[in-house]
Design a protein around this ligand. Structure first.
Ligand code: S3P
Length: 429
């Protein structure tokens, strides 16, 4: 499928975007291994989170989806059943990395795979620490690295003291999940803080996880307990409309009830720094997560340098930040973002390739990109590379480009934001 887009202005709207992808995954996983019934509202029914649901249903968990409400009949920490077939996470890295932590401690063997993108994403980053805990994880070895499909044979695990070689919430979460089952405490040291939804939600459900500076201390527990969880809107999805409101002429957009956990708000800090008119109001809390309404207005942007410990706080927003940078005066430099190379696609390459087609002045570097603002972008034929964030970033660039843009394989937005194009089209009427 392809989608055509044209230039628009005067976007004036109050919208809601779907629930947070990271938190929705965690609700299913933690609800499945908790005691009791977990009720989730505003769940993201995007393809990635549906893959997580499918994996747990195959391990005997009763999960019902009714619109954006999900009910999970938890099995307790040790109640999962061996799946009858190979699990398939499709495109979802979060499912694969986190579930591996849980499966490492079960009393059975599981095989798990995913699509062609997943089979290229490194798994040694989780298998190395989990093996130190006693896990048995086998898979495809290439260039000294481990890739899916993998086979996990559950073992009795021991606690470890581990320093993460990269800032990754997925790796941290995988170890934390394994540590729930271990016979002693685990201490994880992070090079930079990453999203802490696992710590917040697990503690909300009865875990014992504390933080001391950059160390996360996890003590084993006997059980987790079901809770009601209302998932905040995903700031990574809000980011597209935040940017649209800033770059399109004469616009003002409010996005309601967005998750503004400080480990996720790097994009707000960067856009503020670039001179954007962006305001938070109605601050609130939901299941331990901070929320707020975000209002943006058309703004003149200037270039900036983005590097260091802010990178994990905006890693998924770098493609859309690159779009904003095209419309800024001066140069934007993105450094320390080599993790972009191991996302759904190599996002340094795919962002540079696709925005270049629209006339962007953008150069790939070893750990990021350099973008010079240009007077205008032009419509082009864009390949999504089946990467939802590339499709949506280029779609927003198209809203302020001269002429028509076509996004090829645009259906991939279903991974994280199924109604993205419907919501965009509503602003164009
Ligand atoms: C995620 C963590 C991030 C992010 C991904 C979701 C999570 O990955 O890019 O989209 O839910 O934990 P890394 O932790 O590997 O950087």
């Amino acid at each position: 499928m392809f989608t055509k887009l044209n230039k628009i202005s005067n976007i004036k709207c109050n919208i809601t975007v779907p629930g947070d992808k990271s938190i929705s995954h965690r609700c299913v996983m933690f609800g499945s291994i908790a005691k009791g019934t977990t009720h989730v509202s505003n769940f993201l029914t995007g393809a990635d989170c549906m893959s997580t649901i499918d994996c747990f249903i195959k391990m005997g968990v009763d999960i019902k989806v009714d619109s954006t409400n999900v009910t999970i009949q938890g099995k307790g920490l040790n109640g999962l059943k061996p799946p009858k077939e190979m699990l398939n996470v499709n495109n979802s890295g979060t499912t694969l990395r986190l579930i591996t932590g849980i499966l490492s401690a079960q009393k059975f063997t599981t095989q798990i795979t995913g699509d062609s993108s997943i089979q290229k994403r490194p798994m040694d980053r989780v298998s190395v620490p989990l093996s130190l805990m006693g896990a048995d994880i086998q898979g495809t070895q290439k260039y000294g690295k481990l890739f899916a499909p993998i086979t996990i044979t559950g073992k009795k695990l021991n606690g470890i003291n581990y320093t993460l070689p990269m800032a990754s919430a997925q790796v941290k979460s995988s170890i934390i999940l394994a540590s729930l089952y271990a016979n002693s405490q685990t201490i994880i040291t992070e090079p930079e803080p990453t999203r802490d939804h696992t710590e917040i939600l697990l503690n909300y459900m009865g875990a014992d996880i504390t933080k001391e500076k950059n160390k996360i201390i996890c003590r084993p527990v006997k059980e987790l307990y079901a809770k009601d969880i209302n998932v905040p809107a995903d700031i990574s999805s809000a980011a597209y409309f935040i940017t649209a409101g800033i770059i399109c002429p004469n616009s003002e957009i409010t996005i309601k009830n967005v998750g503004v956990n400080p480990t996720r708000t790097g994009i707000i800090d960067v856009l503020n720094d670039m001179g954007a008119d962006i305001k938070l109001s109605n601050q609130n809390q939901s299941a331990g997560e901070l929320t707020a309404d975000i209002t943006v207005k058309t703004s003149s942007l200037k270039g900036t340098t983005i590097y260091g410990d802010i990178i994990p706080r905006l890693i998924d927003e770098l493609p859309i930040i690159a779009v904003a940078a095209c419309f800024a005066k001066g140069t934007t430099i993105i450094k320390d973002a080599q993790e972009l190379k191991v996302k759904e696609t190599n996002r340094i390459k795919t962002v540079v390739e696709e925005l270049s087609k629209m006339g962007a002045d953008i150069k790939e570097t070893d750990d990021g990109m350099i973008i010079n603002g240009v007077p205008k972008l032009n419509g082009a034929f864009i390949e999504s590379h089946n990467d939802h964030r590339i499709a949506m970033s280029c779609a927003i660039a198209a809203l302020n480009a001269e002429g028509e843009t076509t996004i090829n394989n645009s259906e991939c937005v279903d991974i994280s934001f199924p109604n993205f194009f419907e919501l965009l089209n509503e602003q164009n009427k």
